[in-house]
Design a protein around this ligand. Structure first.
Ligand code: PEP
Ligand code: MG
Length: 846
């Protein structure tokens, strides 16, 4: 039986990284040789997202407290602030039993664990841990010729006696702007050293290197020389580190290289925007945007999703009563912590999708949230009797005014960052509304969730420009469904475009022009007029079938995600609903809909479509579409995990209900039941078996018009079409997922969006395999490729006989089919299969 941990001091490990914390604990446990110490982890926002959270720390402290107290060990920066906040939030009795340990995390944890296992008291454990570095320090000092106390470089003529001195020249194109400055701050904050800097070229005053806002006031431009003075135990390391960082250009991509600072729209904004066209088809082959995501043209003023600044009066109104400084400070720290979590999430996403260099822009925002200079200013205002909100507003105003006074336009633009982050904190502090009314104009945003995309009012939004995202993400699908032109993956630079700047967006070609000249505006308007003309012609003929010039009928169906979509589909002349994404019924609620509710909704869809066939896809969740009431274990690779039919077969009660509802409806209208994400024949046979059970349960025999089919989204399923064919009435090719799996390019990830191209010949070969293996079964396509007018030739040429598209695209796709000759299309398709690249296929189709 393991030894009891009662009476032992507990330990809590606070780190930005859960993986790091777990590894550190495993290492410490190695030293305990089976003895037990309560050690809890409060690390990361989840398994992969870096961050710290005061609530998590409080819970960990509670769990580690067995009555003898708790020592908290932290890594750096906001880990310390979050731990302090956690303590402030605890009641006095509990707080008295907790100590925060200044020791470095790994050394401190190991020593503390050993001491705690030996039944040391909390002060003893804390003292042991605090001295944890002694061994390493004395070892290294013994072999170091120069120590911080004695060394001074040749530069250090006027350095104080215990200071090291040095200098570096900044070669970055925009000088020491937010990102390189953030690298400086991060570097010096990791070391036990006090570093001050000054701009020797402009003869500026000295500022602490640990303050991002102060660094920005140095106004360091390319070619400027920066003087450094360092004191403290790790002064030498700090000096060396800064010299190395400067030599590496502060790890910023150099101008002209992919992702280089000079390549972003935002940089041009700082320099006053010019008229260059940003084109989705990049010559350098780099994954990057803007990329066409929803067809159409939109011209209008830039509107961010940022809310209007919080009324200053409401911040100051709070000032009329006397304030307890401790309460005010705690409220502020809570608000800062909440905003930090938000920014960390956005940063994590940017890192995943765009890479570290681009994500680092958010580090500047994070550093502002624990900027010593800013917080000291707020603290002294709060201690002087001001309420948190006005104190924060005034301090932020001071910092952004200092930045705004700098002559360099790029650094001056950073004032906007400070104001935006400051505003976010103020909002959190005052509980101000965080919902965004739909702005009128071109919406510029980081990324939209499908829900946000669904809420936009198409009559107000001329177009959407997303910094991140991909055309196959569900938000983009939603925008297409709503007829809102959009480009995605335009890069975080677009987030700095000032509100009101005129933007021209071509969501068909993937173009964004900032502040377009008159002739560019005229060209975009001409394109819009041409599109409108073609659309009018197509709409006039929408109710007629789509038949090629040589008499081959191709069904054109609609993809639906709501009952309202069904009405639009009927109005647009859809021959059927080729895909009903039934997830819409299951998402955003506390529990799954019952059989009756599902039946009622499916009937409403059928009615709206006037009795035309409806293809009901069984629940396709998992991966990017998690359900709150269906907890799924965290998966390292959710897109390769339990999703689609895998999840449905694992939760047969959900699938059984859904099939029963579908069967009931099928007794009255033609219904196709479609299973998503099928990989193996066994999955299909099990699902078909459950459908047979549902038919028996409904008790009226087999519904007359019931068809059964699978989505082909997994490359292996495409290759095995011949094996599936005897068991299905149709195949429906989901080119969105098929493309992501065939090209190993995650569909929502803007960094690989240009690789995940559905016209890649590799994907087309899979479509061809399905058509050749399908036998008598119908082959449909319901991914976004089907809605691309140019792709109709290749799909029809390969043998696809149903195209299911977003409802508004139905008329244009019907028109595209009518322009085809199926024999010419077959020749085009054969050439496309032999083409070397997606671009080559596009050239064939042009
Ligand atoms: C697809 O994968 O192509 C598809 C139509 O399904 P969804 O986009 O809903 O995943
Ligand atoms: Mg899919």
């Amino acid at each position: 039986m393991p030894a009891s941990t009662a009476g032992r001091v507990g330990l809590v490990v606070v780190s930005h990284s859960r993986a790091l914390a777990r590894a550190a604990v495993a290492l410490a446990q190695e030293m305990l040789h089976g003895r037990r110490v309560p050690i809890e982890i409060a690390a990361g926002l989840d398994d992969t997202t870096f961050g710290t959270d005061a609530g998590q720390i409080m819970r960990a402290i509670k769990a580690a407290d067995r009555g003898a107290g708790v020592l908290v060990l932290m890594d750096l920066g906001s880990a310390v602030l979050s731990a302090e906040l956690a303590l402030e939030l605890m009641d006095d009795a509990a707080r008295d039993r907790v100590l925060l340990c200044p020791a470095p995390l790994v050394e401190g944890l190991i020593v503390a664990a050993v001491a705690a296992a030996g039944a040391a008291t909390l002060p003893e454990v804390a003292a042991e841990a605090a001295a944890a570095l002694a061994g390493k320090t004395s070892h290294l000092a013994a072999g170091t010729p120069e120590t911080a106390a004695t060394a001074a470089t040749a530069d250090g003529a006027d350095a104080e006696p215990d200071e090291l001195a040095g200098a570096f020249t900044v070669t970055n194109p925009h000088g020491l702007h937010a990102r390189p400055a953030a690298r400086v701050v991060q570097a010096v904050r990791m070391l036990d050293a006090r570093v001050r800097l000054r701009n020797r070229t402009t003869d500026s005053a000295w500022v602490p290197a640990s303050s991002l806002s102060k660094l920005a006031t140095l106004g360091v431009l390319r070619g400027h020389e920066v003087e450094v003075r360092v004191r403290g135990r790790q002064a030498r390391e700090a000096l060396d580190h800064l010299a190395a960082l400067a030599a590496r250009g502060f790890d910023e991509p150099t101008e002209g290289t992919p992702g280089g600072a000079g390549d972003r729209v935002g940089d041009r904004v700082g320099d006053r925007v010019d008229d260059r066209v940003r084109d989705g088809a990049r010559e350098d082959g780099r994954a990057g945007g803007p990329i066409a995501a929803s067809p159409g043209i939109g011209i209008g003023p830039a509107r961010s999703m940022r809310l209007a600044p919080v009324a200053v009066e409401s911040a100051w109104a709070d000032d009329s009563v006397a304030h307890d400084p401790e309460t005010q400070w705690r409220r502020l720290m809570e608000a800062v912590a909440a905003v930090r979590r938000d920014v960390q999430r956005v940063r994590a996403r940017a890192g995943r999708e765009l890479g570290e260099a681009e994500a680092a822009i958010f580090d500047a925002h994070l550093l502002l949230l624990d900027d010593g200079d800013l917080l000291d200013d707020v603290r002294s205002r709060v201690d002087g009797g001001q309420a948190a909100a006005p104190a924060w507003a005034a301090a932020v105003h001071r910092v952004s005014a200092e930045l705004a006074a700098i002559p360099d336009p790029y650094l001056r633009a950073r004032a906007a960052d400070v104001t935006a982050v400051g505003d976010q904190v103020l909002r959190a502090l005052l509980g101000a509304p965080t919902r965004h009314p739909t702005p009128a104009g071109v919406l510029v945003t980081g990324d939209l969730t499908p829900a946000e995309a669904a809420e936009l009012d198409p009559s107000r939004v001329a177009a959407v420009v997303q910094a991140f995202g991909s055309p196959m993400a569900h938000a983009a699908i939603m925008l297409r469904a709503r007829g809102i032109p959009a480009v995605v993956a335009a890069g975080p630079g677009v987030l700095s475009i000032p509100d009101g700047t005129l933007l021209a967006v071509d969501g068909t070609r993937g173009e964004l022009v900032v502040d377009p000249a008159a002739e560019v505006r005229a060209a975009f308007r001409a394109r819009a007029a041409d599109l409108a003309r073609r659309q009018r012609r197509a709409v006039a003929a929408a109710a007629s079938p789509a038949v090629t010039r040589d008499g081959v009928q191709v069904l054109v169906g609609a993809n639906l995600g709501s009952v309202a979509d069904a009405a639009v589909a009927a109005a647009c002349g859809a021959d059927l609903a080729g895909l009903v994404r039934t997830e819409f019924l299951f998402l955003g609620r506390a529990q799954a809909p019952g059989v009756d509710e599902q039946e009622a909704v499916y009937r409403q869809i059928a009615e709206a479509l006037g009795g035309r066939r409806i293809t009901l896809r069984t629940l396709d969740v998992g991966g990017d579409k998690p359900l709150g009431y269906l907890p799924m274990p965290a998966e390292a690779n959710p897109f390769l995990g339990v999703r689609g039919i895998r999840l449905a077969l694992g939760r047969p009660e959900l699938l059984a209900d859904q099939l029963l509802a579908m069967v009931r409806v099928a007794h009255n209208v033609p219904v196709s039941v479609m299973f998503p994400m099928v990989s193996t024949l066994d999955e299909l046979l099990r699902a078909r078996g459950m459908l047979d059970d549902a038919i028996k349960l409904a008790g009226r025999g087999e519904p007359p018009g019931l068809h059964v089919g699978i989505m082909v989204e997994v490359p292996a399923a495409a290759a095995k079409a011949r094996a599936f064919a005897p068991h299905v009435d149709f195949f429906s090719i989901g080119t969105n997922d098929l493309t992501q799996y065939a090209l190993a390019a995650e569909r929502g990830n803007s960094a690989v969006a240009s690789i995940g191209d559905a016209l890649d010949p590799g994907v087309l070969h899979l479509v061809d395999a399905v058509c050749r293996g399908a036998g008598a079964a119908l082959v449909a396509a319901c991914g976004e490729l089907a809605a691309d007018e140019r792709a109709a030739a290749v799909l029809v040429g390969l043998g696809v006989r149903e195209l299911s598209v977003t409802p508004r695209a139905v008329p244009l796709i019907k028109q595209a089919v009518r322009c085809l000759d199926s024999r010419d299309a077959a020749a085009t398709a054969a050439a496309a299969l032999d083409a070397p690249s997606a671009d080559a296929v596009r050239a064939l189709l042009a």
